[in-house]
Design a protein around this ligand. Structure first.
Ligand SMILES: *[C@@H]1O[C@H](CO)[C@@H](O)[C@H](O)[C@H]1NC(C)=O
Ligand SMILES: *[C@@H]1O[C@H](CO)[C@@H](O)[C@H](O)[C@H]1NC(C)=O
Length: 399
């Protein structure tokens, strides 16, 4: 008997060791995050193992595992939900059931997942869109797009742009009773990247007459050039999105060849011919003082031109919207940016806020202390709940 207790004790200690992750003091509900992180770690290990054995690509295993978190399009007492396609792109539409008093708001939502993972059917994205539609009395379109590693840049961008243009068509808006003067776009993480990119793209598109009233970028990824900014340094091992995973997402967006990832990890992937682009992502000049504290800016070291010739996407403004010049930024609509304290992507958001403001664009910046990447998908966490309320209330006032 004694022996069995001893083995249980050892097992318990090992499990506790596996789950325990040191977290900063201002993190709420740390045990919830640790448990979630242990789940994520376990799926990553399984996916890595399958990849090493040559059974499945890492991202495809994760997609398979997370497909268990998907829900069908089910209407509830307040919102009618259905799946359809816009020019072959699958979208989920949320329409409030209550009788409209006037024309409604319209919101186009793009989910995150590093251009490789997730879908609009994921439980948390479905719930977010439901709440948004209900509380804003808005028609919400939540789009899908084809994912890496099967499809690379610019497919994700093109799919989203195609679906967005379908939505913005005056006939479509009219059919759904949407006010063309109150249409906005929103996305989180890689979806925030795509939202920023298509919003820029619309500025030069003579075919689209309807203008976006707002763009909302939730902890977006906005640049590929410098993955050694203070937020990358400080949060490189933080749960949910460690630097290694973010860099893998970026490189998978452009290619399955792992050499881009390797070069990015040492921050030596930008060829000398493109060094003029560094001014657009220079955190030394673009970050507020408090976020630079204790960090020393190193002028970038350059990588081979080969890489950029093979995968030019990583220097393309349609992948890295921070690379747009000021003239372009000037035309952008009212912008809402959420950044989180514990997020490698924090500085991408901060730098875009600075650049947009310098270009004269009106920006509301919501920096959330104690929050981590993906907060808006953790609706069962206090901080996730609070953040969603702030987000929806901003939309309520501004859309
Ligand atoms: C529907 O709306 C009512 C009134 O706002 C609210 O109390 C209820 O929780 C909503 N139902 C769902 C499923 O969200
Ligand atoms: C970045 O900004 C700093 C300070 O403003 C400046 O000294 C440095 O030369 C800049 N580097 C690049 C590559 O733009």
């Amino acid at each position: 008997m004694g022996k069995i207790y001893f083995y249980f004790l050892i097992l318990g200690v090992l499990i506790a060791y596996y789950i325990y992750t040191p977290l900063p003091d201002n993190i709420e509900e740390p045990w919830k995050i640790m448990l979630f992180n242990a789940l994520m770690k376990t799926s990553s290990y399984l996916a890595l193992f399958a990849e090493i054995l040559g059974i499945n690509h890492f991202m495809e295993s994760i997609v398979f595992l997370s497909s268990f978190l998907e829900v069908p399009p089910t209407s509830d007492e307040n919102v009618t939900v259905r799946d359809t396609t816009f020019n072959n792109i699958p979208v989920r539409i949320y329409v409030p059931k209550r009788k409209p008093e006037s024309l409604r708001r319209g919101l186009f939502y793009i989910h995150g997942g590093g251009w490789c993972l997730n879908s609009n059917a994921l439980f948390s994205y479905d719930l977010l869109s439901r709440w948004t539609a209900d509380r804003l009395d808005a028609v919400v379109i939540s789009t899908n797009y084809r994912l890496a590693p099967k499809y690379h840049f610019p497919v994700q961008f093109e799919d989203v742009y195609t679906a967005l243009k379908w939505f913005l068509h005056p006939k479509f808006l009219e059919g759904y009773g949407v006010d063309p003067g109150r249409v906005g776009i929103s996305g989180d993480s890689a979806g925030g990247n795509l939202a920023a990119v298509v919003t820029q793209q619309l500025l030069d598109d003579p075919d689209v007459k309807v203008k976006l009233k707002i763009q909302s970028l939730i902890y977006p990824a906005l640049q590929t050039l410098d993955v050694d900014s203070p937020s990358y340094r400080e949060n490189s091992h933080f749960p949910v999105l460690p630097k290694s995973l973010m860099v893998r997402f970026w490189s998978e967006y452009f290619t399955t060849d792992r050499s881009l990832e390797e070069a990015m990890l040492s921050n030596q992937h930008v060829p000398v011919e493109s060094s003029h682009l560094f001014q657009f992502v220079n955190w030394s000049s673009l970050l507020p003082e408090k976020f630079k504290k204790g960090h020393i800016y190193k002028n970038p070291t350059h990588g081979s031109s080969e890489l950029a010739k093979k995968y030019p996407g990583f220097l393309d403004v349609r992948a890295a919207p921070l690379l747009a010049d000021d003239k372009k930024l000037r035309g952008l609509p009212l912008t809402y940016v959420i950044t989180c304290q514990y997020d490698v992507l924090r500085d991408d958001g901060l730098m875009y806020v600075t650049r947009l403001r310098n270009a004269g664009v009106q920006v509301t910046h919501n920096h959330i202390e104690g929050a981590f990447h993906g907060t808006l998908s953790f609706l069962q966490f206090n901080i996730g709940h609070r953040t969603v309320n702030q987000y929806i209330s901003w939309l309520h006032t501004n859309l």
